[in-house]
Design a protein around this ligand. Sequence first.
Ligand SMILES: Nc1ncnc2c1ncn2[C@@H]1O[C@H](COP(=O)(O)OP(=O)(O)OP(=O)(O)O)[C@@H](O)[C@H]1O
Length: 694
Amino acid sequence: MSLRDPDAAPPDPSRRRPDAVEWLRSLFPDVRLPPQATDDDLRAALANGRLLCALLRRLLPGALLDDATSDNLGRFRAAVERMGVPSFSAYDLERGELSAVVTCVLALKDRFSSRLDEDHRSSTFLTRCDSEGGRRNMESKLQRVLSSPVMSEPYSPSFGAEVYSPSRVFQPKQGYSDLPGCKISDLMKSSSLERTACLLRKVIVEIERRISTQAGHIRNQNNLIKAREEKYLSRIRVLEALACGARGQTHVERDKLEGKGQLAEDDMARLMQYEEDLEKDDTVVRLTKEKDDMVRLWKDKEDIIRLMKEKEGMVNVKDVSVEDTQRATDESKRLTMEKENITKLLKEENVIRLMKEKEDKAAMKKDNVEDRKQATVEDADRSMEEKGDIIRLMKEKEDYSNTIMKLKQELQSLRSSHEESCKLLESKKGDVVKLLTDKEMNENIILKLKQELEATKKLHEAQSQQLETKAAKVSKELEQRIKEIELMLEDSTKRRIELEKSAESRIQFWKQKQIVVNKFVGLQIKNAQDLRLSSVSIRHEILNCQKRWFEELAGLGQNLKVVTNTAEKYHAALADNRKLFNEIQELKDMVFKDIQPLIRSVLDGYNVCIFAYGQTGSGKTYTMMGPENADEKEWGVNYRALNDLFNISHDRRDTIKYELGVQMVEIYNEQIRDLLGSGGSQKKYPSYSRPVSV
Ligand SMILES: Nc1ncnc2c1ncn2[C@@H]1O[C@H](COP(=O)(O)OP(=O)(O)OP(=O)(O)O)[C@@H](O)[C@H]1O
């Protein structure tokens, strides 16, 4: 913890923002913050709160407890408020004055800047000690220990020089003092439990060291107070002696004056007054007061010694409770009060004694006044000279009084400083009690860890025993296996020899077989050569055949060309025929007009025959019937003839009644077939020599 000199002058207000900016830049070199940053620059850098959170994480890992909140600024402000560092409002950072923010940053700097240096040294040490993956874990544990109340230094000027250094935590003591650094590193690497125990042991050592340092400080202060006390006691003794000497001398002078009886009445009265003044002089009172002061000093000393003893007792024995301390304090107060009462009584006794002495002296004075008057007159001249001596002594007395006043002031200042020391001791007492409770807690933790370590050790021993037995068993098995393997090796050697022998015989066999195969191969080569010759002749024959086939194919191609030409000619002829036939068909009304008188002669009783003749597909049926679904214009000769006959019979119906009958036959393959009769298709006529009537 950084300690600030309370007497140091406050920082220059104009330097506050640059100081804060410089510090932030030194901690976070990558942050976008120019050296001469303005308020706006600083506001922009700190606005989202990330830099502030990073700063707090760097200064005190684990300070940001409220991780559930996503508001970085809120987390930072809550953390600094918990730490007792002056905080600021969100408005200050957004739009308001930045002085509160700068104050907060500088307060953190004051508190943690020296710790950062130590952390740097600590991280260097840790890097040296442990380069494994567990180093981070170790660092975090160490940081937790460093940030615990046990390890935090009390904020006291007397401990300013005892700034905590993490490297001192690992400074071995007692059982580890003879271990080198690498050994400690090995210890730390050995296991996490041992490492934790080692770390806690070192923490305890550090706590003990601090307590002993505090005890040393208190002892030194006690010695200092004791030395001062002795010095002032000796001074008081000297002053007391001087005061007694001055009083005795005054008495002697007065006795001389009275004895001579040479002083006048007023001189006598002055002397009496002087004596009374002497009696009333506050020297005795002052001395008594100083004595009281001394008594108080003794009391304070005893308190300090008692506190020291209590603290040492607490440090060494560790079993003095707070209740015992309170009881001892009450006892001490009671003793002090009794002592004060005794001192008061003593003072009263002294006063009574002094008053008695004064009364005795006054009585003696009255008895001897007459004698003294005479003696005073005789010694009047000498008394004048001695009066000068008295004045000198009075001056000396005043000097002594001044000295006593100065000493008194010094005593007062000493007392105030002593009271401050007492207050400091009281505050330290609280710290020591806190340290002791922390120590007890740590001791409990260590005890638990020790127990765990013991349990782990036992488990480890049991496991190691199991492993040893297992290893012994495995070694036995391995020995047996080696023996078996040796036997197998012997067998394999024998087998190898046998195999070599059999291989030799087989080689002989294969050599003979090779000769036979060589002969067979020679024969096969010869056959292959013959086959090659025959294949050459066959190839020649195939080539000849191919040649012949190509010639035949060429002849066939020419024939095909002839056929194609013929077919083309045929198709052309067919088209010409069709053309001619169509021309003939166009002349078919014309045909019916030619045969119409012949057909009408049937009505006059004549037999008529219309006979179509031609090759197949030449259009005989078409000429006689016409096309299918033909209209009147397309009718063939038959339809036209019948239509004409029906029209004539219809025209002649008044005069002549005609009966018309139809018969259809087919002549095919020289057979006549009735097409309209039932089962006519089966009815065949033997010949068509008989005339057919239509
Ligand atoms: N003048 C024409 N105009 C159009 N098509 C025709 C003509 N003459 C014949 N045809 C057609 O030619 C084809 C053969 O004609 P059709 O049957 O009359 O010949 P066919 O001499 O009676 O044959 P078959 O002796 O084998 O009975 C038919 O499909 C017919 O329609």
